[in-house]
Structures are given as C-alpha cells and as structure tokens.
Design a binder for this molecule. Sequence first.
Ligand code: ATP
Length: 318
Amino acid sequence: MPGSIAVVGSLNIDFITRTPRVPAGGETLEASSSDTGFGGKGANQAVACARLSRNSDGSTPADSKPIKVSMVGFVGEDSFGSDFISAMKETFIDTAHIQKVPGQKTGIANIIVEEKTGENRILFCPNANFSGGDQVKDLVPEDADVVVFQLEMPLAQVVHNIKLAHSKGKYVIMNPAPAQKLPDDLYQYIDCLIMNESEADILREAKEELKNEDLPQICEDFFKRGVPDLVVITLGAKGVYHSAKSRSSGHTPGRKAKVVDTTAAGDTFVGGLAVEIAKNGGKTPQSPESMIQFANSAAARTVEKPGAMAAIPWVNEL
Ligand code: ATP
C-alpha cells in the first residue's frame, strides 16, 4: 500500500512586484519587474510533498515507495482557480478535494519587494480560502495516513479538522503559520508541531525572544501542553532543533547553501518531513534524525533558487 498525505490549507495567487523603493501615498511609480505565481502555504507544502517523493518526470525514486499527495482547500469560480487546479495536477497532486466556491474569488497575495533592502510588504486577501467563515466542514480524506495543516484558513476550520483527523487515526502535522495562539486543548491532537523561532515565541506567549540554550525546555513545554510525539523548531541557516517525546533530541546544523531567496524554505521542510513520515507508514521511528536530515537538506536547496513554489526541488535535484 502506498503512503498517502493530505495537505489541508490555502491556495493563493501571488502577484509579486519588485521596485527600487515603495511608493508614497498618492504616488505612481514604475516598478522594475513583476511575476505571477501559485502560492499559499497549503499549496506550497502540497507541492513540496509531491516533489520530494518523486523525480521531475513523475517517477518514484528507485529506493522509495509511491506516495499519493492530495491538496484539500478552496479556490474561486474564476480562471485563477481553474489554472491553479491544472498546475497542481501537473505536479502529480490529487485535486479531487479542491473545491471551487460558487460566487467567490481565488485568494490573492500582493507582494511588493523593495530591491534595496530585500524587504517584502504583503497584502493578503483570503477570498475563497475563508469562504466557510466559522462554518466548519469535514475536510479530511479517508485515505490519508498523514494530514498537514497550517493557519491560512479560519482557526475554527483548522481546529475542527485536526480533531477529526486525530479521531480517524491519522498522523497530524501542524505548522502554525502565520502564528496565533492555539486553544490549549488542541496540542494533544497534534502529533508533530513544526514551527520557526518567531512562531514558537508567539505560541508560547514569550516575553523574550527564544535563545538556543532554551530549545530543549521549550520542546518539553510543548509536550507538557499535550503534543504526543514530535516538536521541531526550524532555525533558518542554523538548521533545526527537534525533540521526539521521551526518545531522542538534538540540533541538526543547516546545510551550507548559496542563498538566493529563502521564501518557501519552511514549507519545503514541512513537506520533506511529511513525506518521510508517510513513507514510514504514518509514524516516526525511535530516532527520527534521518527524517530531519532529509527535510533539512531539501529546504537548503530551496534557498538556492529564486521564487517560492518554483524553488522547491524534486528528489532527483537533491
Ligand atoms: P520561510 O518563511 O522563509 O519559508 P521559515 O521562517 O518558515 O522559512 P526557517 O527556519 O527560516 O523557516 O527555515 C526553514 C528551514 O530551511 C531551516 O530549518 C533549514 O533547514 C532551511 N534553511 C533556511 N534558511 C537556510 C539557509 N540560509 N541555509 C541553509 N538552510 C536554510
């Protein structure tokens, strides 16, 4: 039986404009260049799962099992929605659970990049991603072994589906981005919590920024809140710290990389780890170091290419 991953999350069209400086109020300025791309944390992570379990021709790597990847989410009844579904199919992603919402537009993100500083200014309009409002729907596919969530959907929708996935015996991965405080009783349903340093600070309502020497205690605190299996904190160029409950823990240094653009590094890491867990039948081994190493290496490849989704590597590119 092949492993199966479902990513429940956002699909956005990214409009990226690069400019020497940001225009002032009322000013019109000529930008240097622009790009349109498929994005959203959900879609990026689904693409990472699909590419990190396949070669670029769609074949399964010789030493591996086939992995089915499904995207679960909402697009509008517009041409962006149709294009998005086609693009996901081209990446060998099952799109049966992407719903076109009548009368809605596909979510968009306007991204202005100031070339001088490299700083991003992002205006995100969720549109179809938030179409249900607080009305929750059951979104967990029956055949998934591993279900991956982020927070670019209404919190009530995410909470309901994390609990549903847990009740169906799925392995639940949660990447709490963009970060917000989670309900205290939710942690017990999240098998693996993956976050970056600032997300960890928001979740634990820290008064001071996280320090490296505090990482073991911070992971312990998430176990005390209820996380039953794995806590992973990504540290950018410094790599990753992970702790597997009552088993192994440690720091995996970042792989040396020629950094071009770090966008989607975090999404690649989440996808890489989800693939490793799905290959292992929806559970983690006694010592998950080699899984962490795989995700860490894949994420380091992503920072070497420009763009978000476009930068995520296939297995044969690792
Ligand atoms: P992003 O928002 O840019 O997608 P993030 O803030 O969610 O990323 P990071 O902790 O910055 O997450 O990076 C995720 C992982 O990507 C790291 O744990 C590491 O494996 C890899 N990575 C990020 N930056 C670098 C780098 N400069 N060199 C090598 N690896 C990197």
